[in-house]
Design a binder for this molecule. Structure first.
Ligand code: NAD
Length: 259
């Protein structure tokens, strides 16, 4: 089994992860899909990938625990072998002021948005080191670089992920393994929908107006990035010209962090 071009993308049933999976699938990679999804949508998802050349696997492991991450690793190895590319993308959001932030949600966000990436890198990097090649792409956020109010869990996890990415980059610089964080501003996916709905409800405006308001409040270019902007950058990081880009945090944010 040739696993030199095999990719695991966590949280690839939706949004950014799904776009990443398509870009790699189209390029002929073996693709391990992953995320929380019911049987019907898994079947529809597999169908979307049926025409690509590589193998396609799927895992619904819940990555909010170490055991769930271990399950994902073993299901991935079974389906596509050891991935040479790992895209840590699964993530959740919740907004509330720090003094009202529920502790169970704080734990969940840290578990999914930060610790899962640690467990998966810990378990999958050794095989990359053995082959002397690997690519790790962590989907962080502008909130790994700057803060916004009401995002204590998310900002803490994403800042942590940016730091963790740098550590892994340094530790594996001797093995042709790069580790980078992509830091998107607003991307049009289901993850941001609750924030749009809150603005719509609180200010009695329609969803389009609320969306424009949400995006424009922080992002000088007042348009959300398409999911493919992130997916194509992930693919670029796996190409020959990106072999010395490592430990970087790459914003795709319409100027958000330039301010
Ligand atoms: P999304 O809600 O569309 O997709 C999230 C994915 O993660 C889904 O596949 C879901 O099943 C999976 N997931 C969530 N919890 C899980 C769990 N416990 N176990 C297994 N899988 C789980 O979100 P998205 O907007 O595509 O976000 C993807 C990543 O990009 C996240 O890390 C997010 O923080 C980051 N991001 C998104 C934006 C944005 O504006 N959408 C901006 C910056 C960063």
């Amino acid at each position: 089994q040739d696993t030199s071009r095999a990719v695991l993308i966590t949280g690839s049933t939706s949004g950014i992860g799904l776009a990443v999976a398509h870009v790699f699938g189209r390029a002929g990679y073996h693709v391990m899909l992953h995320g929380l999804a019911d049987a019907d949508s898994v079947q529809a998802l597999r169908q979307e990938f049926a025409d690509y050349d590589g193998k396609v696997g799927f895992s619904s492991a819940d990555v909010s625990s170490e055991e769930g991450c271990a399950q994902l690793v073993s299901e991935t190895r079974e389906a596509i072998g050891n991935p040479s590319v790992l895209v840590n993308n699964a993530g959740i959001q919740f907004t509330a002021p720090t003094h009202e932030f529920p502790s169970d949600i704080w734990q969940q966000i840290l578990a999914i948005n930060l610790s899962a990436s640690f467990y998966l890198m810990r378990d999958l990097v050794p095989a990359m080191r053995a082959t002397n090649w690997g690519r790790i792409i962590n989907i962080a956020s502008v909130h790994g670089l700057v803060a916004s109010e009401n995002k204590a869990g998310y900002c803490a996890a994403k800042h942590g992920l940016v730091g963790l990415t740098k550590v892994v980059a340094l530790e594996n610089a001797d093995c042709n393994i790069t580790a980078n964080a992509i830091c998107p501003g607003w991307v049009e996916t289901p993850l941001i929908q609750p924030q749009i709905e809150t603005i719509s409800r609180e200010q009695s405006v329609d969803l389009d107006t609320a969306r424009a308001q949400l995006v424009g409040a922080k992002q000088p270019m007042a348009k959300a990035s398409p999911t493919n902007a992130i997916a194509e950058l992930a693919m670029y990081l796996c190409g020959d010209f990106a072999s010395t880009i490592t430990g970087a945090s790459l914003p795709v944010d319409g100027g958000w962090t330039a301010q």
